[in-house]
Design a protein around this ligand. Sequence first.
Ligand SMILES: Cc1cc2nc3c(=O)[nH]c(=O)nc-3n(C[C@H](O)[C@H](O)[C@H](O)COP(=O)(O)O)c2cc1C
Length: 169
Amino acid sequence: METIEALLTRKSVRSFKSQEVDEETINTLLKAAMAAPSAVNRQPWVFYVCKSQEVKNAVIKAMPFGKYKSPIIIVPCIDESRAIPFMHDLVNCDLSAATENILLAAHALGLGAVWCAVYPDKKREKDIATAIKCKKGETPFSAIYIGFPDDEDKSKVKDKYNHKNVVII
Ligand SMILES: Cc1cc2nc3c(=O)[nH]c(=O)nc-3n(C[C@H](O)[C@H](O)[C@H](O)COP(=O)(O)O)c2cc1C
């Protein structure tokens, strides 16, 4: 799929077929994630790919607005050891870029995905860390539910372009 077409046709998908996502596809998603820009190229991330039903259930339980059933959930986490100490909050920009790359790559591959917020909710960060058993020094940033879109998903792509949001100077 052409890049601009992918950008303009992506939408959040919250309902999935039970069809598995194969290893090669998952690797492509992870490559896309790690191709994202990051401040000073620190790449302050680690990606947990949740496939086991037990772990997915624990993630879903911890996510008040992410109760979706999908074949995989990717949880991008901040690797705090690679954050820039005097500009720590840049990690949130880095992880956002990686999360968006996963959404776009998923769409380009015929999958559907939705970004669910973990950051900036401290309780959710803690609960997801427990669910995925991530290491000390790793902070869950988002939870991305991914799979083949269910035929039942009738949500439309929204045209969100608004000239009022543009200032030409
Ligand atoms: C930072 C962020 C947090 C989000 N959190 C949730 C969430 O917790 N649950 C959910 O269903 N969707 C979540 N979304 C998806 C948005 O609801 C969705 O992107 C928005 O409604 C626009 O729709 P679209 O993605 O189809 O264009 C989140 C999106 C972003 C960028």
